[in-house]
Design a binder for this molecule. Structure first.
Ligand SMILES: [Fe+2]
Length: 372
């Protein structure tokens, strides 16, 4: 588990004390301290400590140094099924966001997946710190696995030409561990290898001659579906979308043209996207047509950002779109066993226990008709 936090002073080593009971820390790990500059802004000291090995499904108590923080706790994900992912894109930091976070807190998820557009700092760097404070009560308790959206780019021609400066400095993901050369795309296993999650970069090069494409091909090629029945892909800009918002963008259309065949060929079960501020679920699709061996595509960009909801849809509704609604909320993917998973969508105007859309998903690895 990587623990990241920010202190005002960069003096002394970053370290985390941790253990299995409150107030008793049998282990200590040290890490790195970094910072970044953005125009006139200079960040605080960004502390990064990787701790472990850790036991699965276990609560650990920890505190962060050198200026010792209060005691926090987190729970490690299980090493077998069932496992529950919470999914929320385009989060931002509004009252809608606060409502989404309240619902997420009640969902008892194991791992959070965020398909891009985190803080909506949009060049105003202290907003990244505010976002950290807003999500900390949840993010300090469970792994938050994120990928980037367009709001993370923060590039200004001639003035600040380096993209993703704040995002890469503040939200470091385990890309080296999955053989990736970039924090913008990586993969990891969950549930003891039962689920392989691929976090792609919609705003990194994705063409067939790109490093990301080659990495994805290698990464999917290494998955043994006998051992890993589920494969989930997370992107920012959706490849399937019947909302009027964000039609015709290169990150959707050209990335789909480049990578869809690879994703289909690997029998990926689900593709989760954000970007469009609404919820939409498609049937299994490939090449714009229903296909029983293609992934289910879901847009879950309804976290609560300041730009509001995308409530205009293309009419008539395409047959491959099964459910679409512009309301704030989040999704949950509960993988029950090697063959079955349940997806639910939870609107913020309902109680957490109410699922506004729900369906059961069968792993493509358990469908003989889709065997490779
Ligand atoms: Fe976006």
């Amino acid at each position: 588990m990587r623990v990241s936090w920010i202190t005002e002073s960069s003096s002394s080593l970053a370290k985390v004390d941790y253990g299995l009971s409150p107030g008793s820390y049998g282990y200590t790990a040290s890490g790195t301290t970094s910072s970044y500059k953005y125009l006139l802004y200079e960040s605080g000291a960004i502390r990064d400590v990787v701790i472990g090995p850790l036991k699965p499904s276990t609560v650990y108590y920890y505190r962060c140094g050198p200026n010792l923080s209060p005691e926090f706790s987190f729970k490690t994900p299980p090493a077998q099924f069932p496992i529950k992912f919470a999914v929320v894109g385009d989060l931002g930091q509004t009252e809608w966001t606060a409502s989404t976070l309240q619902h997420l807190a009640k969902s008892n998820y194991d791992i959070l997946l965020l398909p891009g557009d985190l803080s909506y700092a949009d060049l105003d760097q202290p907003m990244w710190d505010n976002f950290g404070r807003l999500v900390e009560p949840l993010a300090r308790q469970r792994p938050w696995m994120v990928t980037q959206g367009n709001h993370e780019v923060e590039k200004i021609p001639l003035v600040h030409s380096q993209p993703f400066t704040a995002y890469n400095a503040r939200w470091r993901m385990p890309f080296e561990e999955s053989g990736s050369d970039s924090n913008l795309y990586y993969s990891f296993d969950a549930a003891g290898g039962g689920v392989h999650v691929v976090m792609l970069g919609s705003y990194a090069d994705f063409g067939r001659d790109s490093v990301q494409y080659k990495w994805l091909k290698d990464d999917l090629g290494k998955v043994d579906r006998g051992r890993t029945p589920w494969v989930v892909v997370v992107i920012h800009a959706p490849w399937y979308n019947s909302n009027s918002a964000h039609q015709g963008e290169s990150e959707s259309d050209d990335m789909k043209a480049a990578m869809e065949e690879l994703i289909y060929g690997a029998r990926v079960d689900v593709v989760l996207a954000g970007h469009v501020h609404a919820y939409e679920r498609f049937t299994r699709v490939y090449n714009d047509k229903a296909d029983k061996c293609g992934p289910v595509h879901i847009t879950i960009g309804d976290g609560g950002n300041r730009e509001g909801l995308a409530s205009k849809y293309i009419d008539p509704k395409p047959e491959i779109s099964l459910f679409r609604e512009a309301s704030f909320g989040h999704g949950q993917l509960e993988v029950v066993n090697a063959s079955h998973a349940q997806w639910t969508w939870h609107r913020n105007q309902d109680d957490e226990a109410v699922a506004s859309d729900s369906f059961w998903l069968t792993s493509l690895s358990s469908d003989p008709a889709c065997k490779l």
